[in-house]
Design a protein around this ligand. Structure first.
Ligand code: HXC
Length: 510
């Protein structure tokens, strides 16, 4: 008996060593952790239960029958994050470059199926040379199975991808279909074709980092949601994110203990909006002052900074925040900010996370580059996302809320539940200057008349009261009381039920 127990331990030990000491040292030499070290850091200590440690591939081509490492290049299983169940796979670059074989893919599919059946998030740690070349189409089929599961799981359980090494070719499309992608600076990259192919096809010379590194994908392409300095930081941030999320689409997000009064009054908010309507202020200050303990988890903070998206808690419960940022491009809506916010709103709605919208928006950005880029269709994404959302929605207009952007930003017309405005809010078709230039064009040369018209327009429209008279704004509130108002509003909406007409699925303008 003892022999058998020892044999088991020996087999386990061999499997745990992955590609062997040399390759593990090489992995460390690149500033990367191994697949198992990552899982250990991600999960609560001692909570990891592994599946399929002894699975091997079945390939016999290219001498592969002589290389059958236990586990086949991916560590899979389940564990907990702060006590909550998650499923995880972590590709082992030390084993055949973490390449995806038929069996490697099967291991991933197994835990994805279990995650959906048991209603728990899937976290995929990607570090792979892509399809296992020796296996040909079997490997591609394996990817296809993973892709299909990504689709099935979308909107059912949260899916998080962490890119911690190469992720190239069609392999990028699995992370691309998940809810959040995190990358590690200088050691991870994603691209459909690598620098050599790019050089051959387009004659562009570009490094892997420039083409698909963390900076490129968090600042330019918006493929990734966040970039971190190293593996340790990235995994700690995944844990923090998971704490905000529900386990699945039928469960509410976890309620955390909170140490912040829900009716906390913030006198400093009374002076947050500057007297001059064209002077910017930092919307993040408002978010931090509204959040429990000022804890804000920002998503895509380096992309389309004219809109802010992320999670806070109010009374210990997760709330998704979408906020125009007057500090960047005056908080205007454009192609990038509309896409960013629309995706975030849809995530929140899919997972029953209430949405708080903070509005200070001068409108949509004019210009040929926006029109040629399809701002109509991209702006419509955000309009559509809010319009189809059935979660509790509370909207606060702090200052400008003009034109189409007024309607888009979770207005009453899109069935937001509470629409509050600060006294500094201006709900209008456009700002006074632009309006006077159009409706009093005949007085263009007469400075006195223009000044009078501008003053008249401001008196009439540069306030929240016209909208409040019509019930489009439910109440004009003192800024200092905003946290209390929001907390009470969301508390009153906890049992909200809103049904949309039956349909197979909608046709959001993609
Ligand atoms: C089999 C692979 C592999 C692969 C790497 N290895 N990629 N084995 N299939 N796809 C092996 C290497 O042979 C090597 O084995 C070990 O992993 C480490 O690789 P190195 O090249 O030494 O590492 P490094 O220099 O860091 O380069 C990493 C790399 C490179 C950039 C990922 O290995 C590479 O370019 N690999 C091929 C990438 C690729 O073209 N993949 C297919 C993409 S298409 P030894 O034993 O020598 O140490 C694809 C389609 C998906 O993925 C389609 C989905 C529908």
């Amino acid at each position: 008996m003892k022999d058998i127990l020892e044999q088991l331990e020996d087999r386990r030990e061999t499997a745990r060593m992955g590609g062997g000491k040399g390759r593990i040292d090489a992995q460390h030499g690149r500033g990367k952790l191994t697949a198992r070290e990552r899982v250990d850091l991600l999960l609560d200590e001692g909570s990891f239960e592994e599946f399929d440690m002894f699975v091997t591939h079945r390939c016999t081509d290219f001498g592969m029958e002589d290389q059958k490492p236990a586990g086949d290049g991916v560590v899979t299983g389940w564990g907990t994050i702060n006590g909550r169940l998650v499923y995880v796979f972590s590709q082992d670059f030390t084993v055949l470059g973490g390449s995806v074989s038929e069996t490697h893919a099967k291991k991933i599919c197994k835990i994805m199926d279990m995650a959906v059946q048991n209603g728990a998030p899937v976290i995929g740690i990607n570090d792979s040379g892509g399809a296992r070349i020796q296996e040909g189409v079997d490997s591609l089929a394996g990817y296809g199975e993973i892709f299909q599961r990504n689709v099935m799981a979308s909107g059912v359980v949260p899916q998080i991808s962490v890119i911690m090494g190469p992720c190239a070719g069609g392999a990028v499309y699995s992370p691309a279909m998940t809810d959040f992608i995190f990358m590690v600076k200088d050691s991870s990259y994603m691209f459909v074709t690598g620098p050599e192919v790019v050089k051959t096809v387009t004659n562009e010379q570009v490094t892997a980092e420039e083409l698909g590194g963390a900076s490129t994908h968090t600042k330019k392409s918006s493929v990734a949601d966040a970039a971190f300095e190293n593996d340790v930081e990235a995994l700690a941030e995944v844990r923090r994110l998971v704490d905000f999320l529900p386990a699945n689409n039928r469960e509410a997000p976890p309620v955390r203990p909170f140490f912040d009064e829900p009716d906390r009054i913030e006198p400093s908010l009374d002076t947050l909006v500057p007297a001059n309507a064209n002077t910017p202020y930092d919307m993040k200050e408002l978010i931090l002052k509204l959040a429990d303990e000022s804890d804000f988890y920002e998503i895509q903070q380096d992309f389309a900074k004219n809109i802010i998206t992320g999670f806070i808690r109010i009374e210990g419960r997760t709330v998704g925040v979408v906020a125009n940022q007057p500090m960047v491009l005056a908080g205007v809506l454009d192609i990038d900010s509309s896409r960013k916010a629309a995706r975030f709103v849809r995530f929140c709605d899919a997972f029953e996370i209430p949405i708080l919208t903070l509005v200070d928006v001068p409108g949509f950005l004019p210009g040929t580059s926006q029109e040629y880029g399809g701002v109509i269709k991209h702006g419509a994404k955000l309009l559509f996302a809010y319009g189809e959302a059935t979660v509790p929605m509370v909207t606060i207009a702090t200052r400008k809320t003009y034109g189409g952007a007024y309607v888009v930003m979770a207005s009453k017309h899109l069935q937001a539940d509470f629409n509050y405005a600060w006294p500094t809010a201006e709900v209008a078709v456009m700002g006074a200057k632009g309006a006077v230039e159009i409706i009093h064009r005949a007085d263009k040369g007469d400075a006195d008349k223009i000044a009078q018209h501008t003053a008249d327009y401001e008196a009439r429209f540069a306030n929240p009261f016209v909208a409040a008279e019509r019930g489009f704004i439910d109440e004009v509130i003192q800024p200092r009381t905003t946290r209390k108002r929001i907390a009470r509003a969301f508390a009153s909406l906890r049992n909200k039920k809103k049904e949309m007409p039956w349909k197979k699925h909608d046709n959001i303008p993609l």
